[in-house]
Design a protein around this ligand. Sequence first.
Ligand SMILES: NC(=O)c1ccc[n+]([C@@H]2O[C@H](COP(=O)([O-])OP(=O)(O)OC[C@H]3O[C@@H](n4cnc5c(N)ncnc54)[C@H](OP(=O)(O)O)[C@@H]3O)[C@@H](O)[C@H]2O)c1
Length: 271
Amino acid sequence: MTTSTRPFAVVTGASSGIGYELAREFAEHGFDLLVNAEDGGLAAAAEELRGHGVAVTDVRADLRTHHGVDTLWSAIAATGRPVDAAALNAGVGRGGPFLDTGLDDEFEIIDVNITATVHLAKRLLREMAARDEGRILITSSIAATMPGPFQAVYNASKSFLQSFAQALQNELKDTGVTVTALMPGPTDTDFFRRAGMQDTKVGSGHKDDPAQVARQGFDALMAGKDKIIAGSLKTRAQGLANKVLPDSAKAGTHRRMAEPGSGVPGPDDAA
Ligand SMILES: NC(=O)c1ccc[n+]([C@@H]2O[C@H](COP(=O)([O-])OP(=O)(O)OC[C@H]3O[C@@H](n4cnc5c(N)ncnc54)[C@H](OP(=O)(O)O)[C@@H]3O)[C@@H](O)[C@H]2O)c1
């Protein structure tokens, strides 16, 4: 239990990249935080966030599993605090031809990106709806708007989240609860290294600043917008173009960007 009068936010995938920057936005705007990730890097991120003068609880839990989501939810409930805002942001990818990628890697994408997000949204939204107050940000992607050759399951997972977020926003439109889809373009985080995509054009090319993406996402969340294509002008222009381009053309573009060997190899790719 806490006696804090500050608002309270939950961020998943808060140890690095876009999630860390989202957590920083919340901290800078005076939110106490409960942050989640799987690995040990979370503790250092939480310590940095405490530097903003807010209370930060870090909860390590593996969102690939039902048990991990239950662990996170129990920790949220144990604070005894209503959740004013949540950023369901944790996500993973895996590059490569679908015939070659491991099935377990594809299941990890589905478990973290989709299953855990649906699970947490169910828990959080019921609690928010009962209070008629709350905001949820779901990290989708510009990938949601295009078929993803060599990243087929990842793009499909983001299309799921995009549809899911916008359906919920509509269901809840006459309530005090909002759901916002955050749609970054290629962003300079650990994502592409973890996805084994550093030798691709998208993985080795210029990327947007995660702090800029998070700032735009935070502002959209606070404004109750249904979605935001976040990042540079180039990314937002691509988002606009994707509204009118046929799927076959978008698949061709994605193929050129994500095909293994299409880019400059990264330093870790020699191993
Ligand atoms: N970077 C891009 O170009 C881009 C573009 C559009 C959308 N996105 C989306 O943005 C979100 C954040 O990704 P990022 O780019 O910031 O990459 P990132 O730096 O790799 O961050 C991913 C975060 O998710 C967490 N995570 C991964 N697996 C987890 C698990 N099993 N359980 C709990 N947490 C887990 C990671 O924590 P651990 O390190 O502890 O595993 C980390 O905090 C993802 O949903 C991604 O799909 C990224």
